[in-house]
Structure formats: C-alpha cells, structure tokens
Ligand binder design. Structure first.
Ligand code: ATP
Length: 296
C-alpha cells in the first residue's frame, strides 16, 4: 500500500448491513488524475463503497487509503481534499444557490470564499441563477448546484455518486465536459453510474456486482472481450457468423469465404460496451436478449 501515484487504494474491504453483505472483499487501485467509473446495477454496492471513502461509514474489515491516509483516522484532513456529490442532492432549499455554496465553503474554512463560489457557479454555468432559492430551480439545475458544492473547495479527489441520474442528455454531456476538464487539471474522479453510454468517457472501469468486482480494466480492453457478428450478403441475403475474437479471426473467415463478385456487402457488428458488461453481469443471456435488456 501507499504508492505515490495512487489516489485510492482498497484491499479486501468488507461491509455488512445486518444479514446483507454489501461489499464482499473489494480490492482496487485508482491512479491519480483518472476518471474512474464504478459500474453496477441497483444494490450492487456502489454507494456503500463511496460512503466508506467519504468517511460517512466504516468498513468491517480490510484496508482503505486515500492519498496514503486512512479515512477513519484522518477524516478532517481528507475532508479538505475530497469533494462528494451524494446520489440525491443534499441542499438547503430556502437558501440561494450561492448561499448553499458559501455554506459548504465555510465548512471547509475557505479563504476568498466569494471568488471560489463565483468560480464554481460559473463552472457549472449557473451564474445567472446564483441568487435564486434552490427550491425554485429545476431538477437538473439542482444537480449542477450539488456538483458546484462538491467543487467549491477545489478538491484533489471528487467522489460522484450517480451525478447524472435524472439529468437530460445535453446537461449530461456538459457534466462530462466538466469532469474531463477537471481531470486534465489533475483532479481524480470516481464516478458511479449505471448508464453505459457514460462508461466510455472513463479512463478505467470497475464493474461491481453483488458487492464484488467482476472486471477492472480500461474501456478499450473491455471492448475486446466482446463478440462480433459478421454478415456477408450474397444475392440479397445475409449469412451471419459469430466471433469471440473478431479482430484475430476475421481474416481467416474472409480467406475461407473469399470476396468473390457475388458478395454485395459485408457488415461487422461488434458488441457494445453495454452488451459486454451486461453479459458479464448475466452470462447466461444471449446477445439478442442482452440488447433488449437494461441494467436495472
Ligand atoms: P443504487 O444504484 O440503487 O444506488 P448501489 O450500487 O449504490 O445501488 P448500495 O446503496 O451500496 O447499492 O446498496 C448495496 C446493498 O446494501 C443493497 O442490498 C442495500 O439494500 C444495502 N444497504 C445499503 N445501505 C444500507 C443501510 N443503511 N442499511 C441496510 N442495508 C443497506
């Protein structure tokens, strides 16, 4: 433990709520400056894990370090370095957006509070609504205020628990633009989601299922685990071939089939990241069923 390039180090962490074993021995490393995606269905253990990192709850067993520090022993010190966006925004409805940020800023004993507040509101493009009570803002705007609250003290580590849940497409893409901008400036970001179209934006993914990590890899490596369907069209009809490793096996297929004049069209349809992850979560399903399914 305590590698200097690592923001988060987790070894065999377990957490139980009564008879529910929410985390069954989690082990993972998150390098500094990464956007690390934690992917899992409802109840997989994502929020439980994030709460351990924030220091809101305590692991039953195992070892956990953030920037080399144990969150249970160095809570105050780490709080200054961590920004946390909970799953449902924890905001004061009757206070203005700016006052909510000031509240969080004061809790972090920020100097130059007002300029930090302005900067964070500007970052989430809410400067125009700074003085509106949060209760009058739309759901998406509240999510943005919540993100700004997590950012106001310019933390080195951002823990975002389903930050884009219930957020429209345009705002989601704005959020991801913000996350990438922050990561470029050196912030480490852990983001939990069950939206697979978002997973592709992450540098690294951990797939969590029933309290266990079942895959931990870069999205491009995960994509290599997919299957592909190749369709060769002759006389207006397709013939389909399934591949486990199509980049390696495609040439052999084309050698065997030949590309004679009758071939009208060749289609290659690789599995999407969503299909690959769903297949990991429920290996018994076949591709078509997976296509029709949703993570939750
Ligand atoms: P979601 O995507 O639905 O938010 P999640 O991956 O964040 O799910 P967790 O909230 O970590 O999942 O829950 C993991 C398991 O632990 C679930 O079975 C949940 O019911 C249980 N759990 C979580 N918090 C508590 C608690 N305070 N008391 C009892 N059980 C809990």
């Amino acid at each position: 433990m305590m590698t200097k390039d690592m923001a988060i180090e987790v070894r065999d962490v377990q957490k139980r709520y009564g008879h529910i074993q929410a985390l069954k021995g989690l082990t993972l490393d998150i390098a500094k400056g990464q956007i690390f995606g934690l992917i899992g269905a409802n109840g997989a253990g994502k929020s439980t894990f994030i709460k351990l990192l924030v220091g809101i709850s305590k692991a039953d067993q195992g070892d956990l370090r953030i920037f080399g520090l144990d969150p249970n022993k160095h809570l105050a010190e780490l709080r200054q370095q961590i920004g946390y966006m909970p799953q449902s925004p924890a905001l004061y409805e009757d206070l203005s957006a700016a006052d909510n940020l000031r509240f969080f800023g004061r809790a972090h004993r920020l100097s130059q509070l007002n300029s930090h507040v302005e900067e964070a509101l500007d970052f989430v493009e809410l400067s125009q609504r700074a003085d509106d009570p949060v209760g009058n803002l739309s759901g998406g705007m509240r999510q943005r205020v919540s993100l700004a609250c997590a950012l106001v003290h310019q933390p080195r580590l951002l823990l975002l628990d389903e930050p884009t849940a219930g957020v429209d497409l345009k705002l989601r893409s704005a959020f991801w633009r913000h996350f990438k901008q922050l990561a470029e400036q050196g912030t480490t970001i852990l983001v939990s989601t069950h939206q697979m179209d978002e997973a592709i934006h992450c540098n690294h993914l951990a797939i969590i299922s029933q309290g266990e990590i079942i895959a931990n890899d870069r999205p491009d490596n995960l994509l290599l685990r997919g299957r592909a369907t190749v369709r060769i069209w002759r006389k207006g009809k397709p013939q389909a071939f399934q591949f486990e490793h199509y980049p390696e096996e495609l040439a052999a297929l084309l050698h065997a089939q030949g590309l004679d004049k009758e071939v009208q069209r060749v289609e290659i349809e690789p599995s999407s990241l969503e299909e690959i992850v769903l297949n990991m979560l429920e290996p018994s399903q076949d591709i078509q069923e997976i296509k029709d399914a949703r993570l939750n």
